[in-house]
Ligand binder design. Structure first.
Ligand SMILES: [Zn+2]
Length: 305
C-alpha cells in the first residue's frame, strides 16, 4: 500500500477512535424557498470567538469555548454539509462540537441538526417544547404552522435532546450560554445569549429566535392558550428580546438584520464594525411588535379566518 494511502487509512482509523463519524446528510427538504435559503455563505467572524457558519439565508453560529465548540442551529437537512464545510474552513473539526443549541423546531432551522449531531456526537440542547418536537420530528399541535401538514413540516428526528430551563445557563470553558424562552413563532422558540471578548473588550451576543407572527390559514394569534392568551405571551417574548443586553444581534434568518448589507459595509472597511449595534435587538423587537399588531388587526377584520 502506498504511504499516502496508508496515512489516509490511519487518519480514518484515528478519527473513528476519537469518536468522529463522517457527515451523512439526511434527505433534502426542497421547499419553495429552500434553494434560495441554502446558497453557500463563507463563514465570517461575528465577534471574539463567535463565527457565522450558516448559509446565505439560514443562520448557524459556532462559538469556541476554549474547551470545545458550541453550534447554534443546523438550518435545512441539505445545509448540514455546507455548515460542516464552513466549520472545517475555520480550522475546526466536527467532533470538537460538544453541544448543538436550537432556536425553534421548524425544518429550516433544525433540519440539519440530526446529521450534524450524528457526525459530531454533540449533545443537542433545547427548550422543553423544542426538545419534544425534535423527538417527534414534527412541530406540536399548537404550532402556528401545523396546518401546513405533517409532510411539509417534517424534519429529521433528534432524540434525547437535553432540556435547558428558561433562564438556565450552559457553561463550557469560558462560555456561559443562556436560554431565554421566547414563545410565539413556535411554542418552544428560544433565544440564546452569551458574552464574547476580544482585546479585553467583552460584548453581549444574542442569537434571536424568530418573533414573526406567521402561520397557516387556520391559526389565530388572537386565540386562547389556557393562560393570558397567545398574543400576551408573544408580546412578553418580544419585550424580553428588546430588553436583553445586546451588542451583536444574530437573528435566525440573517436577512432579518441585513447581514448581506453589513458584510458589504465591512468589505468597504466601514467603522465602527456594522455588526456591533446596541440598538439592534430593540429595533428587531419593534419590527416584530408592529407585525404582530398588524396580524391581530387582520384577524379581527376577518374573524372566520
Ligand atoms: Zn419558523
Amino acid at each position: 500500500m502506498p504511504s499516502h494511502r496508508l496515512s489516509a487509512v490511519l487518519a480514518a482509523v484515528l478519527a473513528a477512535a476519537a469518536g468522529a463519524a463522517p457527515l451523512q446528510p439526511d434527505t433534502a427538504k426542497n421547499c419553495r424557498s429552500c434553494t434560495e435559503w441554502n446558497q453557500p455563505q463563507k463563514p465570517f467572524l461575528l465577534y471574539g470567538k463567535s463565527w457565522y457558519v450558516g448559509t446565505a439565508g439560514l443562520s448557524a453560529v459556532l462559538v469556541d469555548s476554549g474547551d470545545g465548540l458550541v453550534l447554534l442551529d443546523g438550518a435545512l437537512p441539505e445545509s448540514a454539509p455546507l455548515i460542516a464545510a464552513n466549520i472545517a474552513a475555520l480550522g475546526f473539526r466536527l467532533e470538537q462540537i460538544k453541544y448543538i443549541a436550537v432556536s425553534h423546531a421548524h425544518y429550516d432551522h433544525v433540519g440539519g441538526v440530526a446529521a450534524l449531531a450524528r457526525a459530531s456526537r454533540a449533545t443537542v440542547i433545547a427548550s422543553r417544547r423544542s426538545a419534544e418536537a425534535l423527538a417527534a420530528g414534527v412541530p406540536p399541535k399548537d404550532d402556528p404552522q401545523i396546518d401546513f401538514g405533517a409532510e411539509a413540516n417534517a424534519f429529521p428526528k433528534v432524540g434525547h435532546a437535553k432540556v435547558l430551563a428558561d433562564g438556565e445557563t450552559l457553561r463550557l470553558g469560558t462560555l456561559a450560554l443562556t436560554a431565554h424562552y421566547t414563545p410565539g413563532h413556535t411554542p418552544g422558540a428560544t433565544t440564546w445569549s452569551w458574552q464574547d471578548c476580544a482585546d479585553g473588550k467583552c460584548l453581549n451576543l444574542v442569537y434571536a429566535d424568530s418573533l414573526n407572527a406567521v402561520s397557516d390559514d387556520v391559526y389565530r394569534f388572537g386565540g386562547a392558550d389556557g393562560n393570558g392568551g397567545i398574543a400576551a405571551s408573544f408580546r412578553a417574548s418580544i419585550a424580553r428580546v428588546a430588553a436583553l443586553p445586546c451588542d451583536v444581534l444574530v437573528p435566525v434568518h440573517p436577512g432579518f438584520a441585513d447581514f448581506a448589507g453589513k458584510l458589504a459595509q465591512r468589505a468597504q472597511g466601514v467603522t465602527p464594525d456594522p455588526f456591533i449595534d446596541a440598538t439592534a435587538c430593540r429595533r428587531y423587537a419593534e419590527a416584530a411588535s408592529k407585525k404582530l399588531d398588524a396580524r391581530l388587526s387582520e384577524e379581527r377584520a376577518a374573524p372566520k379566518r
